[in-house]
Structure formats: structure tokens, C-alpha cells
Design a protein around this ligand. Structure first.
Ligand code: ADP
Ligand code: MG
Length: 326
């Protein structure tokens, strides 16, 4: 890399901090990680590409937050505790304002989760951010996609669909009042990884995943992995859209709320299943994690996904998952 600040200068200035949790951080050929004795490592990578996963208008600090948040969300979905991460970064040029903002947003979230940057790679190229996170989980305790059983409830954390509403405003297909747009934009640009909830759901949930490509599409992965089907209440899901709440004054109709909740994408909430007998335990996990949880359906023995309204009647509307290659 060239520029006033070279490759190693920029790494030293923006990405190298004293290692506190790991035996060796940024700067050597490898980082060294020390999970607690007997723990399994949980590992996940997520890449953000400009124009595909984020818009060029996003503030760098928010991009730094989101790049790590989407990775922490995967650890959350497994019930793993964050340990460390690596950062592979392609930059079109050395822009110190951008690097300052990006690293500030990144480290604010990293510090909030005690997750330490231990290494990475930096190169010139179209803006691209790839993070790999490492977490730890006791053997056998990870939440998997494969554990859902007929009769389980389907739950979702937090709110759904608001990020998609912001995207539609950027695309010019929707108008929102300023306050509503600000809320939606925050959900799109600075999602909250549900790490504490994932930890609290260990030994309570039977299966879990995080919603990145839309509820319906992601839930199908869980159903396939578990060899079951589900009935989903479109109105219970639509009620999770923050901008659909009466006070939000966003004037959104039912079809749009259902669409955004069920196939919006970019939510980074947890969808999980638990036996009906565990309802109180799920509610307690939500309270302990300070995260709202809501029941939106049930698991069936019959394969496939059936979407119904609040009265139990089938919903005709089509809901598809986001697919980068479709
Ligand atoms: P190598 O030549 O072994 O691939 P590099 O020269 O790419 O190593 O990187 C030098 C050091 O800086 C390594 O410890 C690497 O992990 C770290 N590093 C490079 N880019 C980043 C980054 N964006 N964030 C954190 N650490 C980085
Ligand atoms: Mg090396």
C-alpha cells in the first residue's frame, strides 16, 4: 500500500493495541489464542462488500460497528462467548478520517463484548471488510440449527424488518417521516448482536440461528437441518417491526409490515426454538439478557413452512429470502 501512511503505519496507528486477553495480538506472523481449558472454539467469517452489503453513504464508524456486529451475531446464534477477531481489509486509498471513524466504531463494539483484535490483512482494492471471529463454548453446549423438534415454539428476539424499511427509503421506493427513517437507518447500519441472549439460551433453546437474509429464508435452513416443518404467524412477526408500532407514526400497511418482517433481511436477530414447557425459561433468558423475545410460530412434524395470519388462515403473499446470486 502507498500513501502518506504506509501499510504498516496504518496498521500500527489504527489496528494495533496491546493484547490483553490473548497471549499475542497484532504484529507477529500468527496471533495466539488461549480459550479457557476444555472449551471448544466457535469460528465464523462474514464479509461486507461496498454496494452489496453497505452503501457508500454509511458513516465509517457505523461500518466498523456493523462489520463486527454481523460476526458477533453468528457467535450469538451458537451461544458462544466472544474472544477475539481478525480483520482483513481492502481499501481503495489511505483515508485517515475514514480509518479513524471505522476503527472507533469497530473497537467500541469490540470492547463492549471483550472481543480482541488479534490480526488481519490490509491491502489496496475496492472497499471490502472481512472479519473472522473466535468464540468459546463448552463442548456440547453450542446452539445448533439441527435441534428443533415438533411441538417446539418458534421465537424471535428484538425487532424485525426495520432495516429493510431503511433500505427501501434509500432505494427510493418508500417515504418515511424523518424520525422513523432515523430509527430504521440505525437498525440497518448499527445492528445489535444478541450475544447475551445466545448465552442465556444455552440449555433452554433446542435450535437457533441468526437472521441475516430474512426470517423465512433463514428459518428454512433451521427446518431443513432439524428435519421438521413450521407454522409461522405472519401477524405475530409483523408485530415485531418497530416502525409498525402505533407510536412510530410511519403509516405502514399490513402487507408491507409482513413482507419486511418475514423477508426483510439485515435484522441480525436470533430465531430459536424451545419446548412449550420452557416458555418461562425463555422469558427469563430474555429478561436476563435485557432483550425482548416473542413467540411467532411452532414447529411441526410435517416438513415445509406454512404462513398463517393471526386467525390461523393461510397467507397468500409470497415471501422469499435474499439471495446474492438470484
Ligand atoms: P504477513 O506478511 O505475515 O501476512 P502482514 O504483513 O500482512 O503479515 O501483517 C503484519 C501484521 O499485522 C500481522 O500480525 C497481521 O496479523 C497484522 N495485520 C495486518 N492487517 C491488519 C488489520 N487490518 N487489522 C489487524 N491486524 C492486521
Ligand atoms: Mg507473516
Amino acid at each position: 500500500m502507498t500513501g502518506a501512511l504506509g501499510e504498516f503505519g496504518l496498521i500500527a496507528r489504527y489496528f494495533r493495541r496491546p493484547a490483553t486477553r490473548s497471549p499475542l495480538g497484532v504484529g507477529d506472523d500468527c496471533a495466539l489464542l488461549a480459550p479457557a481449558p476444555g472449551m471448544q472454539l466457535a469460528v465464523s467469517s462474514d464479509m461486507l462488500v461496498e454496494g452489496r452489503h453497505f452503501l457508500s453513504t454509511v458513516a465509517p464508524a457505523r461500518l466498523g460497528h456493523k462489520a463486527l456486529a454481523v460476526n458477533l451475531s453468528d457467535l450469538a446464534a451458537c451461544g458462544a462467548r466472544p474472544l477475539a477477531f481478525t480483520l482483513a481489509l481492502a481499501l481503495p486509498a489511505v483515508d485517515e478520517d475514514w480509518l479513524e471513524g471505522f476503527s472507533r466504531g469497530l473497537f467500541a463494539l469490540a470492547d463492549a463484548h471483550g472481543c480482541e483484535l488479534v490480526g488481519g490483512d490490509t491491502t489496496r482494492g475496492p472497499l471490502n471488510v472481512c472479519i473472522t471471529v473466535f468464540g468459546e463454548v463448552p463442548p456440547g453446549a453450542a446452539l445448533l440449527r439441527s435441534g428443533a423438534r415438533a411441538g417446539d415454539d418458534v421465537w424471535v428476539s428484538g425487532t424485525l424488518g426495520d432495516a429493510r424499511l431503511a433500505l427501501e427509503v434509500f432505494r427510493g421506493t418508500l417515504d418515511l417521516p424523518a424520525a422513523a427513517f432515523a430509527l430504521a437507518r440505525r437498525r440497518m447500519e448499527t445492528p445489535t448482536p444478541r450475544v447475551a441472549l445466545g448465552l442465556a439460551l444455552r440449555r433452554v433453546a433446542t435450535a437457533a440461528l441468526d437472521v441475516s437474509d430474512g426470517l423465512v429464508g433463514d428459518l428454512r435452513h433451521l427446518l431443513e437441518a432439524s428435519g421438521v416443518g413450521a407454522t409461522l404467524d405472519a401477524d405475530a412477526a409483523a408485530a415485531r417491526v418497530a416502525l409498525g408500532a402505533p407510536g412510530a407514526d410511519a403509516g405502514l400497511d399490513t402487507d408491507l409490515l409482513r413482507l419486511c418482517a418475514l423477508s426483510g433481511g439485515d435484522d441480525y436477530e436470533l430465531v430459536f426454538t424451545a419446548p412449550a414447557a420452557a416458555r418461562a425459561a425463555v422469558e427469563r433468558a430474555g429478561r436476563d439478557a435485557d432483550t425482548p423475545v416473542a413467540r411467532i410460530g411452532r414447529i411441526d412434524a410435517e416438513p415445509g413452512l406454512r404462513i398463517v395470519d393471526a386467525a390461523g388462515a393461510p397467507v397468500a403473499q409470497r415471501f422469499t429470502a435474499f439471495d446474492h446470486f438470484a
